[in-house]
Design a protein around this ligand. Sequence first.
Ligand SMILES: [Zn+2]
Length: 441
Amino acid sequence: MMKDFNFYAPTRVVFGRESEKLIGNLVKEYGGHHVLVHYGGGSAERSGLLNVVRQQLKDAGLDVTELGGVVPNPLLSKVYEGIGLGRKSQIDFILAVGGGSVIDSAKAIGYGIPYDGDVWDFWDGKSKPATCLPIGVVLTIPAAGSEMSSSCVITKDEGLLKRGVNSDLCRCKFAVMNPERTYTLPAYQTAAGATDIMMHTMERYFTKYEDMSLTDAIAEALLRTVMDSAKIVMKEPQNYRHRAQIMWAGSLAHNDLTECGTEKDFATHKLEHELSALFGVTHGAGLAALWPSWARYVKAKHLSRFVQFAVNVMGVTNDFAHPEETAEQGILAIERFYREIGMPTNIRELLGREITKEEIDTLVDKCSRGGTITIGAMEVLGAKEMRDIYEMAKLGALPYSFFSVGSDRWYLTARKRIRQVTRNEDITVTSIGSCKASNPQ
Ligand SMILES: [Zn+2]
């Protein structure tokens, strides 16, 4: 049965090398007079992008207030700061310059400024947003897809609670995307971004609803394209065509296009949110560490989907007599892809050490909110199933250990080691570094 759907993607996408020249006019077109320019660390400044933005806004005659310092897994404390600043300066438009973390922080500030209560009420389930300030984006990191999504994920500093709120109210008015701005993205971030992009579509592709072959075909093409392009930009970071394909795929993967007639699962995302909240790991890397275990845990009940994925996405030859084997080959193939681009395939590779029982207890408790909620749609998971999957992901399924990757330097070493390892699966590689990604935004 095909699921009814309501597709709404109101964000105007301005894509290409010249796109930044339109920023000032776009803000004006969507009613901005006093703009809060919101950004992350120093890279937007160092790259000269912030100066381009400032000049564009000045030329358009707009007032500007700035707030930088958004960290990956954006924090509620920064959101409060933005709400305070925004109210004081009477800002009427927020321009996020950065990736998903900056955009989500901007969305939360947009919800918070007009709201009388504590903005965390929306993530706590105590209240629902009724309005949001208009938001525009100058995208520098293709990954989260937040520039076209209704999603906003914030971490409460106290207790490291990472939660999401979905509402059409926060959908961005426009997204300016210049693929050249992603040339300097570190390899680890590029790989984690590609993984996250793919996962946004995979979380919709693995579904009970199997009658929407058009949506499947779009999803499969998107996944194959991102894999091909990711491998190329690892070697050629300034390849415009492939940077562009990844950037556009990031938006399409999460603007619900690949969900028409299907249903979000997002169990892997929920499991991962607890990992990145607890350990501060990069979201995309956390997804790569968990997905193969989730897939092996649920695949027996949904074999035809996993066979379709293996054949149409991963290029596995269909062994009609042994569908379980075909499905497993598909999971192995994506694990090989993760390793090829320097992503982990289990939690040990992600953290550079084994996760403890107490830490798994914490993850399960937070993910299930003390055993009170379930996650997933294709397969509904309670606290027991969550624990099983974290346990499986502890070491993963492959017969050798691996290492996690941190900075670009680690990454280059890692790639060399990956090539050695993938040629001979019996080699045991021990941890060579902990996972401290350099997050540019
Ligand atoms: Zn994601």
